[in-house]
Design a binder for this molecule. Structure first.
Ligand code: SF4
Length: 224
């Protein structure tokens, strides 16, 4: 079946059920215990790191967070922070103005509604300022090993190149991947992030020797 991928402006073949199973097996074989590259020691730090990582590299976030966590070790300190002080600490991060405001609002909500603790379910997480479905899923997947997948730019690109999705949005892609992979989504999420970040890159993907080359639908055409 040929699908038209509007975002990539190219026609791609849809992966068959057998191919989906093969892709899943190969990802799990090559990335059996994937974990985030964000540095954190507890769920409060993980949540903040994931919030900061939107449109920003994990490497940059890991440079920013040690000072932030040192000065604001819990939601109680962060809830009382001055927004300009937070902006100063995170100003090398993209969208730092909005992120600084959201971090404080998020912390205030934790204090007011959750006793200062980060809730461990998607609905409550998504009630926090600056936390959407993707952020909530990354946190739950990483911290609890929850069976959910989050679609960032890497997962989106890899899913489309492999014919796993032709959806135009991240949320629809997440829905398709969830239905197709069904289980072990937390491992598959990390596998696709790492694979996309270091191998199936947006520009000049490392197609030579790629363990998924025989299943790839791009034929090297997705050099965007
Ligand atoms: S063959 Fe190239 S484009 Fe296809 S999955 Fe591998 S690295 Fe990505």
């Amino acid at each position: 079946m040929i699908l038209y991928n509007a975002k990539m402006n190219i026609k791609v073949k849809k992966a068959t059920k057998l191919e989906i199973e093969a892709i899943k097996s190969l990802f799990l074989e090559h990335y059996p215990d994937g974990v985030t590259e964000l540095d954190y020691t507890n769920i409060y730090e993980l949540l903040i790191s994931v919030m900061l990582s939107a449109q920003c590299t994990d490497k940059r976030v890991n440079i920013i967070t040690p000072a932030l966590f040192c000065i604001y070790p819990t939601s109680f300190e962060l809830a009382n922070a001055n927004v300009d002080d937070i902006k100063l600490l995170i100003n090398s991060c993209s969208f730092f103005n909005v992120k600084a405001e959201n971090l404080i609002k998020m912390a205030r909500s934790l204090v007011e509604n959750f006793g200062g603790e980060v809730p461990l379910n998607q609905k409550d997480l998504m009630s926090l300022a600056g936390v959407g479905q993707k952020t909530a899923n990354v946190v739950l997947s990483e911290y609890l090993g929850a069976n959910c997948i989050a679609v960032d730019t890497h997962v989106f690109r890899v899913a489309h190149r492999l014919g796993l999705s032709d959806a135009a949005t991240a949320l629809k892609t997440e829905d398709e991947l969830t239905k197709k992979f069904k289980t072990q989504l937390h491992l598959l999420h990390q596998a696709m992030v790492i694979f996309g970040r270091y191998h199936c890159k947006a520009i000049n993907p490392q197609c030579g020797g790629c363990f998924l080359a025989h299943l790839c639908k791009s034929n090297g055409r997705f050099k965007v």
